[in-house]
Design a protein around this ligand. Sequence first.
Ligand code: ADP
Length: 205
Amino acid sequence: DPAPASRSSKVPTTLSIRPTGPIAPSQDLNNRVSLVRNDITKLAVEAICNAANRRLLGGGGVDGAIHRAAGPGLLAECRKLGGCATGDAKITDAYNLPCSKVIHAVGPVYDMQTPQESERLLTSAYNRVLNLAVDNDCSTLALCGISTGVYGYPHRKAAPVAISTVKKFLESEKGQKLKKVVFVVFVEADVEAHEEFLPVYFPPL
Ligand code: ADP
């Protein structure tokens, strides 16, 4: 017998409780990220991320450290790339660095007037880095804090953007090829921001 209309309208016909994304085993997910405080040029992972500028011809901060450690071959290759748009990234060889590839990302100069636009561009930069790593068969990747130096993106705002973007990618089908993502922090404010937000997105079991 059909239920009275007043009751049946409250009974859902389909189950409304569904997972909102792919169900990834959390321990596996947690094992695929780590946090280290180090100079990114020392890491022997397959790919490291550079926080470059649009010209891709070297600069200060991590960019300068990467170019110094890689040697002049890196600048010669970068000259051929014709720059890079904000929110995008380009990949090169690593020359004298212990890694195999360098992924040069251009993050936004943080703009307090348009924080959502800054966040969109930072997310885009990280997504490009993650995609380029997989496209070039790099299964271990070290990330630096794009935009968090002279580009002025506050560490405490940048960390959740970086971490949530990585989490989403690791859970995606393409992201399965990435075995390890190392968040490389350098200054104390970045250490604190990652210690605060890593357990939020990758809760310990
Ligand atoms: P941006 O111009 O994108 O802000 P910076 O190089 O000024 O780039 O800073 C980006 C981040 O890289 C900052 O958090 C800074 O502390 C960090 N950093 C600087 N040198 C190194 C290094 N050798 N290894 C890893 N991280 C570094």
